[in-house]
Design a binder for this molecule. Structure first.
Ligand code: HEC
Ligand SMILES: [Cu+2]
Length: 355
């Protein structure tokens, strides 16, 4: 005979699975811990549908159990056939009306939320920020409309304000997803621009992923949204506008790195400025939390990246072996000195697992 453990094996498996799954969801990268308007609305919808599902499940299971027990074959009554019923008007009305009510309870807030999240009524108003988002294989670019400045990989926004995102792609379809702040939105190539908005309730660093399979390095296409108070955001804009790409670095190595960078890398990369290049804008590079979105920001990794980006992110658009490892070392010194703003530095952050 199997022990009591054996009898409950599936229960144990289920419990273990539930515990493992409950470990999912890093703070700042979880749709279940919303810190923004869109994400909160979506979690509410999820909760309504889960509540309805549980309600239906419990009722159906209760009836099922009742019927199993009540109408099971009893000893000595093997040949008895219970009373047969065909059609029951009141029962039929009940099991038609209840689902209709449940669907209405689900549909009304869903339709409301759909229109709410698509609302663009204040876009273009005085003081309302719009950011042009461009998805690229495999990095993100953010151009702050009317502000004459741009960033790549790190999107800075003020808290408790709606920030509109006008989104497109320079190559294939990507999807912009910051689970803690809002739902996802595709970025399409061509003229088809999508719009959404973010509204972060708290200062913080929120992680984003590309949510549309876009090539071999799709899973390495992470980015950050850094939400700071409106005052700090203004400070950040000023810091960014004051960036001087010609400013002389401190160490000799970094100075040589600057020259190497200007000669070999400026055709694709910018420091300062507002236009989108072939590669990411590297302004404020010392404050990146990851290299190319996913790698730990150590000098070693940076040198590896500069010489062999192809080995770290298959299929990406940066050519390998543009410079020697020795040269890359100096360039890395230069890039890691690009500390253009204090804003957002003190925010606690919890990066997803490293590559
Ligand atoms: C032909 C264009 C091109 C040239 C030239 C080029 N890069 Fe890149 N670079 C890219 C692209 C595209 C990416 C984005 C790769 C990705 O993440 O998918 C990139 C990414 C980077 C990154 C990571 C950026 C981030 O957001 O963390 C660094 C650092 C970098 N390049 C440094 C250099 C250096 C240094 C040179 C010169 C030796 C150079 N690049 C030359 C196109 C270029
Ligand atoms: Cu992708």
């Amino acid at each position: 005979m199997r022990g009591w453990m054996g009898k409950f094996r599936s229960l144990f498996l289920f419990g273990a699975l539930a515990m493992i799954l409950s470990g999912c969801g890093v703070d700042n990268l979880s749709a279940l811990k919303p810190k923004g308007y869109g994400a909160e609305l979506l979690l509410d919808l999820m909760m309504i549908s889960i509540a309805i599902m549980i309600f239906v499940f419990v009722i159906v299971m209760a009836i099922y159990a009742f019927v199993l027990v009540r109408y099971r074959e009893k000893k000595g009554q093997e040949d008895v056939i219970p009373k047969q019923t065909e059609g029951n008007k009141s029962l039929e009305v009940i099991w038609t009306v209840i689902p209709i009510i449940l669907l209405l309870v689900l549909a009304v807030p869903t339709v409301q939320a759909t229109f709410d999240l698509a609302d663009q009524s204040t876009q273009g108003d005085e003081g309302v920020l719009t950011v042009e988002v461009t998805g690229n294989q495999y990095w993100w670019h953010f151009n702050y409309e009317g502000e004459e400045l741009a960033t790549s990989q790190d999107l800075y926004i003020p808290t408790n304000e709606r920030v509109y995102l006008n989104m497109k792609s320079s190559d294939v379809i990507h999807s912009f997803w910051v689970p803690t702040l809002a739902g996802k939105m595709d970025t399409n190539p061509g003229e088809n621009m999508n719009t959404m908005y973010l509204e972060a309730y708290e200062e913080g660093v929120y992680w984003g992923h590309c949510a549309e399979l876009c090539g071999p390095s799709h899973s390495l296409m992470d980015f950050r949204v850094i939400a700071v108070s409106p005052e700090e955001f203004d400070q950040w804009k000023e810091d960014m506008r004051n960036v001087d790409p010609e400013a002389q670095p401190e160490t000799t190595s970094a100075q040589e790195g600057q020259e190497l960078f200007n000669n070999n890398c400026m055709s694709c990369h910018a420091i300062g400025g507002a236009s989108m290049g072939v590669g990411p804008n590297l302004t404020n590079y010392a404050n990146r939390e990851k290299i190319a979105g996913v790698f730990e920001p150590t000098k070693e990794n940076l040198v590896d990246w500069i010489v062999h980006p192809d080995e770290m992110k298959p299929g990406n658009q940066m050519p390998a072996n543009l410079v020697t490892e020795e040269e890359a070392d100096k360039i890395a010194d230069y890039l890691l000195e690009l500390d253009h703003s204090e804003v957002g530095k003190d925010l606690p952050t919890q990066a997803p697992d490293e590559e």
